[in-house]
Design a protein around this ligand. Structure first.
Ligand code: GTP
Ligand code: MG
Length: 666
């Protein structure tokens, strides 16, 4: 027998993880200084691989934007983007009214109780924590323009807005020689988030919040709890992520084409135009990459949203950018995901680049991020198999290498589906493999069947309304005061009163749009656009939250976070500044104190007040925000209680909000 270090449950010696809370028995491997391959070999035997904290932060406990970029049309000059964005930003700042800008943000979705959850809440089962998912999009889930839904304009994505990188270079995280979009956002965010500051609130905005009621008093209304069985097809938000050029957009385009959703005529047009531009191989990707910049540069910059149906699901495809500079955009789409397809390029050298020869590749970063958003089910599309002669050995090599890493992120083997395919050759996408080389060793599901086999997402409707504002939009059908985002908790109905935070204004819901058509109500998991009446549009900010009038969200200026440091090369020091993302809010923050280092095995405090944090350490930290942010403790609402820290263009740590230390009085 062995005793679980977290819940003290006595487990049989044959169990490699605690049967009660899932904590691994031997956690040391992951953090030893051994190569991944060596560690992997051992892990395969022991099913080890991840720390308690990694699991508690990434793993189970029971879930865009429009960039304006000048392009020089050359992929080789991608690194110049920062400067050009800076120019654009200067123009933008000068000529655009502040309310016309938005920021994209980033909910984390740690959806099942972590071992730490169980310790702190005394829960005995992870099954009580289920994820709030299901998204219905009338609105482009990432804020992209949707002319056909009547939305005329979403706000510009300030995630692409630049700032000097000097500020972020001071941070303790990994630094990049490439000025990424993420390095460049801080000033604009500060500006945007002035709205979040109660001090900067216009005088006319009088707080109208009643004394907040206790959450235990909340009783959902019957319409919110309407049976999900009434839905014919459940909606599944599927993020397509992976390293740059792995073939994500081509895969999406091919899939849509094979399903008859792109007409022959349209496809012919893409092919012709792509050829004319000397980018013939990108014809299918053009179905997703619709901006001139994206097409000229041959890379995705914003998240593209398309739809298709499988037998079981109405799938919302969220095609993410793979390039490092656009990770913030990837995040804003991927945070909406119920499940993800991680596309990896099987060809020699490219897979290795995604795994990060020098530093972390986006295959790794995207995997970590989507897991930290609460995505548990993953399809790994091993693409470009045509480039490796459909080799079983290469496929197995990719599976072995990446599998080790995915396990370390907290993905369970049983929740990962591996599909060898070739997007370009339409091999194994919507029908079974036909190439004899592939057929000789693969008889599993094609991609479409694998998508259909994903477990259905669960909707969480029993809490008070929380609708984090992703974008502020203007639309003919919705009116001038409208927002879009995903309902994270509760429900919303036309005619009902809602509280707009952090301004504290009360507004009436005039219209709701979902899936490009108006509707009377929406529930947790739905992606909607809401037209509001009775408030000043200037009081709406991206990163704000629409709430139930009696149950306002917290507005915090100082937080206690439990974080897990990712692969960084420069230590994180007390006093350093970074960019904090919480749902759709993004704000500059500073590390006031590292309260304690956490023991990897037990999750308990091992050292008080260390001065710095290095890669893969877990800690409890005290963080001061430059502006107030709408937030919930993770234990209260996971979607609004996940945070991640970015610095120097990289995600340096992910975490959860354990305590609100300073709260603004609204
Ligand atoms: P970003 O969005 O910029 O990260 O790129 P992406 O992952 O969307 O890649 P994209 O679809 O733009 O494709 C990149 C290149 O890979 C294009 O030249 C495609 O033609 C090529 N490609 C995609 N899939 C395949 C495939 O199955 N086989 C081969 N040989 N090439 C492919
Ligand atoms: Mg793409």
């Amino acid at each position: 027998m062995w005793q679980c270090s977290i819940c003290a449950h006595e487990n049989d010696t044959s169990n490699l993880s605690c049967e009660l809370c899932g904590v691994l028995r031997d956690l040391s491997l992951y953090f030893n200084n051994i190569s991944e391959t060596e560690a992997g070999a051992k892990r395969r035997n022991k099913y080890s691989g991840v720390s308690v904290l990694a699991r508690s932060l990434f793993a189970p406990s029971s879930t865009k934007s429009k960039a304006i970029i000048f392009s020089d049309g050359s992929q080789d000059n991608r690194n110049a983007t920062g400067n050009k964005q800076a120019t654009m930003d200067a123009l933008h700042k000068t000529y655009m009214p502040s309310k016309k800008r938005h920021i994209n943000i980033v909910p984390f979705k740690f959806d099942t109780p972590s071992p730490d959850d169980m310790v702190t809440t005394g829960l005995k089962s992870s099954r009580n924590f289920r994820k709030a998912v299901q998204i219905k999009d009338s609105v482009d889930a990432t804020g992209k323009k949707m002319m056909d839904s009547g939305i005329l304009q979403t706000e510009k994505d300030t995630s692409m807005d630049p700032c000097t990188s000097a500020e972020v270079d001071k941070l303790g995280g990994t630094s990049s020689s490439v000025p990424s979009s993420n390095q460049q956002v801080t000033p604009i965010l500060d500006h945007e988030l002035q709205h979040l500051s109660l001090e900067s609130k216009p005088k006319s905005s009088k707080p109208k919040i009643k004394k907040p009621a206790s959450i235990s008093e909340y009783k959902p209304e019957p319409w919110m709890l309407q049976s999900e069985d009434q839905e014919i097809r459940r909606q599944l938000n599927l993020a397509i992520v992976g390293h740059v050029d792995s073939g994500k957009s081509t895969l999406c385009g091919r899939l849509l084409h094979a399903l008859g959703l792109i007409s022959k005529k349209q496809m012919h047009k893409y092919e012709k135009e792509a050829k004319e531009k000397g980018k013939g191989s990108f014809a299918y990707a053009w179905a997703m990459d619709d901006s001139t910049d994206e097409r000229e540069r041959g890379i995705t910059m914003t998240v593209a949203v398309k739809y298709f149906d499988t037998e079981k699901y109405h799938v919302v495809l969220l095609d993410s950018p793979g390039h490092k500079d656009f990770v913030p955009n990837m995040i804003s789409g991927a945070t909406q995901a119920d499940a993800a397809i991680l596309v990896v390029d099987a060809s020699v050298g490219s897979f290795e680049a995604g795994m990060g020869v020098n530093g972390i590749g986006q295959t790794k970063e995207h995997s970590q991020l989507i897991r930290s958003f609460g995505v548990e089910n993953l399809i790994v599309a091993v693409n470009k198999m045509d480039m490796v002669e459909h080799s079983k050995d290469r496929f197995n090599f990719v599976k072995l290498q990446l599998g080790i890493f995915l396990r370390s992120c907290g993905f369970k083997d049983s929740s990962i589906t591996w599909v060898p395919l070739s997007a370009m050759a339409n091999e194994n996408l919507v029908t079974a493999a036909s190439d004899s080389r592939l057929l000789s060793w693969y008889n599993g599901n094609c991609l479409l069947k694998s998508i259909d086999s994903l477990p259905p997402p669960h909707r969480d409707v029993s809490r008070p309304l929380r609708l984090p504002i992703c974008d502020i939009i203007a639309s003919i059908t919705l009116g001038q005061v409208a927002v879009c985002g995903k309902v994270e908790a509760g429900g919303i109905r036309t005619g009902s009163k809602v509280l707009v935070m952090p301004s504290g204004d009360l507004a009436t819901v005039k219209t709701i749009e979902r899936d490009s058509s108006s509707c009377n109500l929406a529930r947790a998991g739905d992606n909607i656009a809401v037209g509001l009446q009775g408030l000043d549009p200037g009081h709406l900010v991206s990163g704000g939250v629409i709430c139930h009038p009696d149950f306002p969200v917290h507005v915090a200026s100082r937080l206690e976070l439990k974080i897990l440091v990712l692969e960084i090369t420069t230590p994180i020091l007390v006093g350093l500044q970074f960019e904090l993302h919480i749902h759709h809010a993004r704000v500059s923050a500073s590390l006031v104190k590292i309260l304690s280092l956490l023991d990897q095995k037990t999750g308990k405090a091992s050292k008080k007040m260390p001065r710095l944090l290095t890669a893969r350490q877990a800690a409890v930290v005290d963080v001061k925000l430059d502006k107030e942010v709408c937030v919930e403790e993770f234990s209260a609402l996971k979607a609004l209680g996940r945070a991640f820290l970015r610095s120097g263009g990289n995600t340096v740590a992910v975490g959860i909000v354990t305590r609100i230390l300073d709260e603004a009085k609204v």
